[in-house]
Design a protein around this ligand. Structure first.
Ligand code: C5P
Length: 402
């Protein structure tokens, strides 16, 4: 199993002799299925060439904050949003000090400040530098802010000393990176997730649908599995691979989706991320509808309401903890709050689909979660994978409190 399958890792390479191990680390991360983009500090470049890391990662290495051509290709904010994890290996004493102070005087430190992905450091330095009270104070500060430290290990050092400060080996770091995603927050629970659009047939060749790509629902399924849940994913027609260890049930129409969900019950949590068609044609024509040559008039389709899958399941006696989505183009929070109440939900995830670049059919999202007390929690723009992991952690927390 590739424990980092499709995870996006920004690997920061600082200026220490252990940078030679970063080349191996890129290989190990990719062996585990990760996509890797390398950012090097100017010190890092003294120890290993960008060309080596470019060849191993398969992407140009990011070097300068103030390089207009590089910024135009993938700027520091895009890199920060792209990341599911920022891993800095080696993290020198100087880098740790700059990060502790919130300094952003090069590309790597800027990406660290700008990202809301988890950050992990693999310290590598001389044992006396590691033991120095200044470094230890920085370590403590960074850990208090939720930055993880992988290592350092102890042993013989390049400078001839023996002690703490060796960077962990590439294999150990790749495993530690994968552990960041395996949270165990939903262990033992059954999650039912709906995703994608539905298709409502008009005749044998035509249907009504919408722009949903299914990416958010699939990302949630993947994050829920990582959190230890058993996941049933009921999906409308989408072009996405089934995430590892997810039980996927493919459906076409809203009524199929409801039937599949009812068959998958009971569940502990329901996340309805599908964009279900509210209406379907009252009758599906048995043959392809023909243009009427005698009439210049339009075609009138009689539509009827589809069942509301989420409201139906949230209204059952064995009601799961229920989370809905509200994709709106206007009055986002007001409409979302109304849906939360009308559908008897525990949480609603509101996303503004009028905003270009996020939401429907895009790679990134930014959402606000509203609870029954109308408290709002905002998750700022990031990849759907990262938003999904944040949402799963938040939902797991609220489920435990309920
Ligand atoms: O009412 P609206 O369609 O905006 O509500 C959105 C939420 O309700 C989403 O979570 C969606 O998956 C769910 N829904 C549903 N069945 C429907 C319509 C919406 O489960 N027929």
């Amino acid at each position: 199993m590739q424990r980092l399958y499709r995870k996006r890792i920004v690997l920061g390479v600082g200026g220490g002799i252990a940078a030679y191990k970063s080349a191996e680390l890129v290989r190990r991360l990719r062996d585990q299925g990760a996509e890797v983009r390398v950012v090097m500090t100017s010190g890092g470049r003294e120890f290993i060439t960008p060309l080596t890391l470019q060849a191993l990662s398969g992407h140009p290495v990011h070097l300068d904050l103030l390089d207009t051509a590089a910024e135009a290709a993938m700027g520091h904010i895009e890199l920060a949003r792209w990341a599911d994890l920022v891993l800095i290996a080696p993290a020198t004493a100087d880098l740790m000090a700059r990060l502790a102070q919130g300094v952003a005087n090069d590309l790597l430190t800027t990406v660290v400040l700008a990202t809301n992905a988890p950050i992990a450091l693999a310290p590598a330095m001389n044992q006396a530098m590691w033991a120095d009270p200044a470094t230890q104070a920085n370590r403590q500060l960074l850990e208090q802010r939720g930055i993880r430290l992988f290592g350092p290990g102890s042993g013989s050092q390049a400078c001839g000393d023996i002690g703490m400060g060796r960077m962990l080996e590439a294999d150990e770091l790749a495993h530690a990176a994968a552990d960041c995603f395996d949270t165990g927050l939903l262990t033992g629970l059954h999650l039912l997730i709906t995703a994608g659009p539905t298709q409502e047939n008009i005749d044998p060749v035509r249907y009504i649908t919408n722009h949903s790509s299914g990416k958010m629902g699939f990302a949630l399924a993947e994050a829920a599995v990582e959190a230890g849940a058993r996941v049933t994913l009921v999906s409308g027609p989408v072009f996405l691979p089934t995430p590892d260890r997810v039980q996927r049930i493919d459906v076409v129409s809203a009524r199929d989706m409801l039937a599949a969900c009812e068959a998958a019950m009971p569940c502990d949590l329901l996340i309805a991320a599908a964009a279900v068609a509210d209406y379907r044609p009252e009758v599906v024509a048995p043959h392809k509808l023909k243009k009427d040559p005698t009439s210049g008039e339009g075609l009138l389709l009689q539509m009827v309401r589809n069942p509301d899958i989420l409201a139906t399941l949230a209204g059952r006696e064995d009601r799961p903890f229920s989370v809905g989505f509200a994709a709106e183009t206007e009055n986002l929070l007001e409409y979302a709050t109304r849906k939360l109440r009308d559908k008897n939900l525990d949480l609603i995830v509101a996303n503004d689909v009028a905003n270009p670049g996020i939401g429907f059919n895009s790679e990134e999202n930014a959402v606000t979660v509203i609870d029954r007390q109308q408290r709002e929690t905002r998750f700022s723009q990031a990849s759907k994978g990262h938003i999904a992991r944040q949402l799963i952690a938040f939902i797991a927390d609220r489920y435990r409190q309920a």
